[in-house]
Design a binder for this molecule. Structure first.
Ligand code: T4K
Length: 370
């Protein structure tokens, strides 16, 4: 039994005294929100760090997804993956759009491009793929399909902070990419999110949408929302950004240790970083296959009984929630790979503050050697 609970993740906390200095500066400035100096600086620094053109900060990733969908004036159906956090499809429902679930690829665990076109109907207006666990989607194949069928592409890049694929930042693909800066993410601002836009005009429009639709003091052009990030969140983000090198290095080292120590355990399949040239090791998912001596849920309970809180992200599959299961595309027959993976996946604890000794405790339990 671990002496202290070990959670699937824990936020990275930069030195408190440095955050207190930022708070003092906010007090001096007297600007608490509405595009204050910390907010403006974080947008600039994130563009540089991530290698993207334009960024609009948001209060969280879900509101950012909803605003991204609104900015593209979508209607009808949007093709998406069921193998993700509920926020992805909830954002579609909040936007009056119908999710159409398409199965995932067994290697990438992301939308399977070869199955997308069969799901397109005259009502389809967009594709909403997810870079699940920060593993890049097949962006080239998706772009070709979108072009051929005149569809927009919004990437849910909630897990993909800092990830690079063959042609640079994975966030440069599609019409828009949306990130989450929730406390459980690689980079966090307590709560927060962002939309990455390729052109300035789009960013400016999105900035209006997140501020109730105000264009200027007297003009409200859209039914916008309040999605603004506060100065406290932005200041925390700026501080966090200074430590990202260290954070990513620790994550990579821990992932390497897990991979070394878990290799060869019968029935445990590792999920590598896929097509990422630069990975962020946002999670450490493993697949618990039928050859493993006990079922995935038994392993989950066994870990829990020893104070280790692994998580079954993403189980249950969204399409199996009663909120979605009535949709024709949600039928398990339509989503065999996603259903299989959701029944096998287990995300093991991974965060910069995880001790190697704790990691070894986790490994011993998985190896049935404890
Ligand atoms: N799209 C995708 C693909 C997403 O994964 C998400 C969010 C979104 C969109 C939406 O973005 P946001 O609107 O959230 O910005 C968590 C997060 O709340 C959620 O942000 C995340 N995905 C999802 C995958 O996981 P829970 O309910 O599993 O989190 P919770 O509270 O159980 O936390 C997990 C563990 O982390 C806890 O056992 C302890 C630890 N923890 C958590 C928090 C919040 C801490 O140590 N400190 C903390 O402050 O949803």
């Amino acid at each position: 039994m671990s002496e202290k609970p070990i959670y699937v993740t824990k936020p990275y906390l930069p030195p408190l005294d440095e955050f207190i200095s930022s708070l003092e500066q906010i007090w001096k400035n007297g600007t608490l929100t509405n595009n204050g100096p910390f907010h403006q600086q974080l947008e600039l620094e994130l563009c540089k760090y991530l290698g993207v053109q334009h960024i609009s900060l948001f209060s969280n990733g879900t509101i950012a997804l909803i605003a991204a969908l609104q900015s593209l004036h979508l209607s009808g159906e949007v093709i998406t993956t069921p193998y993700t956090f509920v926020a992805t499809s909830h954002a579609l429902i909040w936007s009056g759009l119908t999710p159409v679930f398409v199965d995932i690829d067994r290697e990438s665990l992301n939308l399977d491009p070869s199955k997308i076109e069969a799901a397109i109907t005259p009502r389809t207006t967009a594709i909403l793929p997810v870079h699940c666990y920060g593993r890049p989607c097949d962006v080239d194949a998706i772009e070709k399909i979108a072009k051929r069928n005149n569809l927009k592409v919004i990437y849910d890049a909630a897990h993909a902070f800092g990830v690079k694929c063959h042609c640079g930042s994975v966030l440069q693909h599609g019409d828009l990419s949306v990130l989450s800066f929730h406390a459980t993410k690689v980079f966090n601002t307590f709560e927060g999110g962002t939309i990455v836009s390729p052109v300035l005009k789009t960013k400016q429009y999105i900035d209006e949408l997140k501020n109730f639709g105000f264009v200027d003091e007297l003009t409200v052009a859209e039914f916008g929302i309040n999605g603004k990030m506060s100065e406290i969140n932005a200041a925390f983000g700026l501080l966090q950004l200074q430590y990202m090198g260290e954070v990513l290095k620790k994550r990579a080292i821990l992932s390497w240790h897990y991979s070394e120590e878990l290799a060869g355990i019968k029935g445990i399949d590792l999920v590598d970083s896929g097509k990422a040239i630069v990975a962020n090791h946002s999670s450490f998912p493993v697949l618990v296959k039928p050859e493993y001596p006990i079922k995935r849920d038994e392993l989950y309970e066994r870990l829990k009984s020893k104070g280790i809180y692994a998580r079954r992200y993403f189980y249950p599959l969204i399409s199996n929630f009663s909120l979605y299961s009535h949709l024709p595309s949600a039928k398990p027959d339509n989503l065999p790979v996603a259903n299989m993976k959701a029944d096998q996946i287990l995300c093991l604890p991974l965060y910069p503050g995880l001790d190697i000794s704790d990691l070894k405790t986790v490994v011993d339990i998985v190896a049935m050697a404890d």
